[in-house]
Design a binder for this molecule. Structure first.
Ligand code: E4P
Length: 217
């Protein structure tokens, strides 16, 4: 499964990229606002740090505006993926941009039928939001399973990019459900390394090693 970082903070992204484990980045207008950066400059810098797909979201709500913004964003760098909302206009713009060879990440997906429409519109990624469904008492993970099944039933090539991830358990469940990618806040990515038995195991090995008085080098 590919791991993306959900952030527009360049320092956070550099730190995560140093792991050698990061395949891409997702941003959204809220994350750009939080970064305090000019969007074009931030996206260009992020694209130079992470060679994989970097999602940059259009904010127009009409088709023409989405097309203009999408084409502009796609020119920032060759690895930009244009993010569009799962609205009727968003999917119309998705069809056109996809036909032009621009990759589109259709975002704010909350149902399997929405995901099916996005696939039919040529989306490169579909972003189902797990945490926001959980927040309102629904089962976000069920949506990942449902989309996987619909896509596999019909051979849709759209990549399932699980989003709005809140816990390492979400990541595990996404991997088991066959999501192609998951985008994680940096804090959740850092938590993936952690297990108390790893920490206590390292401590015990080091204590026993110290008792030998040896050094390897
Ligand atoms: C993904 O593309 C979104 O930017 C993100 O995962 C949204 O997460 P949130 O629901 O925690 O804001």
């Amino acid at each position: 499964m590919q791991l993306f970082i959900d952030s527009a903070d360049v320092a956070e992204l550099r730190a995560a990229a140093a792991s050698g484990l990061i395949d891409g980045v997702t941003t959204n207008p809220s994350l750009i606002a939080k970064s305090g950066r000019n969007m074009k400059e931030a996206i260009a810098e992020i694209c130079s740090i992470i060679p994989g797909p970097v999602s940059a979201e259009a904010v127009a709500t009409d088709v023409e505006g989405m097309l203009n913004e999408g084409r502009y964003l796609a020119r920032i760098a060759s690895n930009v993926v244009v993010k569009l909302p799962l609205t009727e206009n968003g999917l119309r713009a998705c069809r056109t941009l996809s036909d032009e060879g621009i990759k589109v990440n259709v975002t704010l997906c909350f149902s399997a039928v929405q995901a099916m429409l996005a696939a039919k519109a040529g989306a490169y990624f579909i972003s189902p939001f797990i945490g926001r469904l959980d927040d309102k008492g629904e089962d976000g993970m069920e949506l990942i399973h449902d989309i996987r099944q619909v896509y596999d039933n019909y051979g849709f090539g759209t990549n399932v990019l699980a989003a709005s991830i809140r816990t390492p358990e979400h990541v595990k469940q996404c991997a088991l459900a066959g999501a192609d990618c998951a985008t994680l806040p940096p804090k959740i990515f850092a938590q993936l390394y952690k297990h108390e038995l790893t920490d206590s195991g390292v401590a015990a090995f080091l204590k026993d090693w110290a008792s030998t008085g040896q050094s390897i080098l």
